[in-house]
Design a protein around this ligand. Structure first.
Ligand code: SAM
Length: 299
């Protein structure tokens, strides 16, 4: 089979998944998607995309298995510890200082996988606010497209190995040992609202103070990243903060966000009224240096 036949068969498979499962993979990076599908075909011992599409049609459970191969829910508590420390010490205090003591604090962990990121946020905010104010003021929405990962997240039960990045002090304060596992404290867990949300297709949550979307944008091609970023911009309140993953783009040229700390991928929202000014400035700069272009650059 030549390359264009292969591309056609791949597009046919994606069309089938969209029709049958309502899952649109067209904005995902094509090369990684193809590698993941190939991996799943190898597991099933299937050689062609046509045969694999037939296999999906005749095995209703296969989609869930393919989805988990594609989505790779690798995560961890305090993943990239230095970035979380920076958030806790340098960013959250000034963000919280902007709010009066009784106003709600709204946080979204988008692409939360099995929940470690959401519970990291619970620990961080409880350390700053105290448990009582945390329970009263904070709402953490934690979403993912993967139901199986969300099931684990709601369960909040982790192995000792998974807790390696959590200090003994925090482990004792926030986790209850049950058998050989550790369950996150129920009174604080209730603050987290887990739900299925597809960043490509669903309307964003709004009026957020902090939006954590780490190691998730990297699944998408540049055009889809730009679309999602503009929704994330909409989701934040004017003083809101965006926290991306280490491997993600620097958002150097976007008009929507301004860096707080580039290496930790922490950005402040540029309120909409100022975005137009920035775009005008960019256009002026571009008319002088007309060779820098990418979808993400022109948000
Ligand atoms: C590599 S994990 C990152 C988990 C966590 N944010 C972290 O940084 O440790 C990426 C997550 O993005 C989720 N994801 C992929 N496509 C998505 C989509 N279209 N909408 C929402 N979540 C998606 C995956 O299911 C996966 O759980």
């Amino acid at each position: 089979m030549n390359n264009s036949d292969n591309d056609r068969s791949f597009v046919a498979l994606l069309d089938y998944l969209k029709r049958s499962q309502g899952f649109d993979f067209s904005g995902y990076k094509r090369s990684s998607l193809q590698r993941r599908v190939q991996k799943q075909m190898n597991v099933r011992g299937i050689a062609t995309l046509e045969d694999y599409t037939t296999y999906l049609e005749t095995h209703p459970d296969e989609f869930a298995s393919l989805l988990s191969t594609i989505l790779i829910n690798v995560t961890g508590f305090f993943r990239d510890a230095a970035a979380w420390s920076y958030l806790q010490e340098q960013v959250l205090p000034s963000l919280l200082a902007l709010k009066s003591a009784d106003t709600p604090i709204r946080v979204w962990s988008a692409g939360c996988a099995s929940g470690e990121e959401a519970y990291t946020l619970v620990m961080l905010l409880t350390e700053i606010l105290g448990a009582s104010a945390f329970r009263q003021r904070v709402k953490i929405y934690a979403t993912d497209v993967d139901e199986a990962a969300l099931h684990q997240a709601r369960h909040a039960s982790y192995s000792l190995q998974a807790l390696q990045a959590v200090s003994l002090e925090l482990r004792n304060r926030y986790f209850e040992p049950i058998g050989d596992r550790f369950t996150f404290r129920a009174d604080l867990r209730r603050v987290v609202i887990f739900g299925r949300h597809n960043l490509v297709q669903d309307a964003p949550i709004s009026r957020l103070d902090l939006l954590v979307c780490r190691n998730t944008l990297m699944y998408f091609n540049a055009e889809m990243q730009a679309r999602i970023l503009s929704r994330l911009h909409f989701a934040l309140s004017n003083t809101g903060i965006l926290f991306l993953g280490k491997a993600e783009m620097l958002l150097t040229h976007t008009a929507l966000f301004t860096p707080i700390n580039r290496s930790h991928r922490l950005f402040a929202k540029v309120p909409k009224v100022h975005v137009r000014d920035r775009l005008n400035q960019n256009q002026l700069a571009e008319s002088r240096a007309p060779d820098s272009h990418s979808a993400v650059n022109h948000l």
